[in-house]
Design a protein around this ligand. Structure first.
Ligand code: NZQ
Ligand code: ZN
Length: 389
């Protein structure tokens, strides 16, 4: 295992059917003025809103709301939320929703007491907050991003068509606690469920496909991927299978809570391509990743052949007998393609509303990272995006 690292993850998790009760334990730790953040209304339909508000009231909290946080939250919405939190003299932010709501709550948290423009400071210059931040708690309703136990926040600047994620270095930006009740995820539409499943899978891939040393993180990743594939097939047929949905929820958290990145350089180019596509189409995050993944992995396969062979054998159960490395690796990706089709994932960007006129803009909006098996140049990005259409 190469590299020097520090590991600290302070998010306290409450998991299971009764986990919302933990709000009664957690809320007294924070100030009176709470900002409740949620999305477009799913929590009002399924009753989670009523249950959360009842606990906030019972705890005597003074509550302001930021409602209508959209999937792929925008900068305009962020400015609006900062004003609400400032006017309320917020002490604490409670996010009830999916990754978009959790990410947004973190972005408000680091901006409320900050004089600089948050877009320029955090999403262009990637600075750390030098002001007081607000603690965030999270009640998760959509599974996939891992935002419930990490310091990531992704915001879309709808004017410049840039969708940028900042993973803050300071662990105090991670939610102080997260409530994970698998029952809350049962009302998700099938499309969102499978998009989340692919998001989880790809988070693991992004960390797995880097480095050549013998690394414990890779063995953990293979186990997480195998568990996810198993549970995803059950949930795809029967979305109400609690055991499968609870395993998916737990896997999502561990896929992106910094553990399996330890000792790794990590790749993240599928996310950079997917985010650029997302900025142009506003498509569901996991679907943008699915649409660009296979062209990307087939492109980098020759540069990381050994790892793709290991992926084929250890994750997809490819039998290596009588095959050369290239054949084994390709069979692994073919198995992955069949699974993606079985799940009903978006297999290209055209399905998500993209067309050839967007390719150059998307390519320019794709940040080039250096941790994977091949550092792409602009022409390769254009080529991969074209193959993804
Ligand atoms: O807005 P509502 O009405 O709540 O509906 C949401 C939304 O339309 C719905 N939904 C959520 N829970 C539901 C539900 N519908 C019925 N029943 C429920 N229980 O699902 C839709 C999608 O929600 P959203 O929060 O947008 O999904 P997700 O969790 O995938 O979050 C996506 C955002 O997270 C970012 C993405 O880029 C995107 O902006 N990411 C954040 C990361 C991080 N913090 O580390 C990493 C990820 O790679 C990702 O980039
Ligand atoms: Zn993701």
């Amino acid at each position: 295992m190469l590299g020097n690292f520090t590991y600290c993850n302070p998010t306290k998790l409450y998991f299971g059917e009764k986990s919302l009760e933990a709000l009664n334990t957690e809320l007294p730790k924070y100030g009176q003025n709470v900002v409740l953040v949620y999305g477009g209304g799913s929590i009002k339909k399924n009753g989670i809103y009523d249950d959360v508000v009842a606990i906030l009231k019972a705890q005597g909290k003074n509550v302001a709301e930021i409602a209508g946080v959209m999937p792929n939250p925008t900068l305009t919405k962020l400015y609006e939320g900062i004003e609400i939190a400032r006017a309320h003299h917020a002490d604490f932010i409670l996010a009830v929703g999916g990754g978009s709501v959790c990410d947004y709550a973190k972005a408000v948290s680091v901006s409320v007491n900050c004089q600089d423009d948050p877009w320029e400071k955090y999403f262009v210059r990637f600075e750390e907050p030098d002001c007081e931040t607000l603690p965030v708690g999270c009640v998760l309703t959509m599974v996939g991003t891992g935002s419930e136990m990490n310091a990531g926040s992704v915001i879309t600047n709808e004017k410049t068509k840039m969708k940028i994620g900042h993973v803050f270095a300071d662990e105090k930006i991670m939610p102080r606690f997260a409530i994970l009740n698998p029952l809350y995820t049962l009302t998700l539409p099938h499309y969102q469920m499978v998009a989340g499943i692919y998001d989880i899978f790809n988070h693991i891939c992004e960390q797995y496909f880097s480095g050549e040393d013998d690394n414990t993180s890779d063995y953990i990743s293979e186990g997480l991927m195998r568990s996810l594939l198993h549970a995803s097939r059950i949930a795809n047929k029967n979305p109400n299978d609690y055991e499968a949905r609870s395993n998916i929820m737990w896997t999502a958290t561990w896929a992106l809570n910094t553990l399996v990145a330890k000792g790794k350089s990590t790749d993240w180019m599928v996310h950079m391509l997917g985010q650029a596509a997302g900025a142009y189409t506003n498509a569901t995050h996991g679907m943008t990743l699915a649409a660009v993944s296979l062209p990307y992995y087939r492109h980098i396969l020759p540069y990381g052949l050994k790892k793709f062979v290991r992926f084929a054998e250890n994750v997809w159960g490819v039998d290596p007998k009588g095959k050369n490395d290239q054949e084994i690796a390709e069979e692994g990706l073919a198995s992955m393609e069949s699974w993606m089709q079985e799940m009903g994932l978006a297999m290209n960007l055209t399905q998500l509303g993209a067309d050839a006129s967007m390719i150059e803009g998307m390519a320019k909006a794709t940040l080039i990272l250096k941790g994977g098996y091949k550092v792409l140049d602009h022409d390769e990005i254009v080529e991969i995006l074209k193959e993804s259409l």
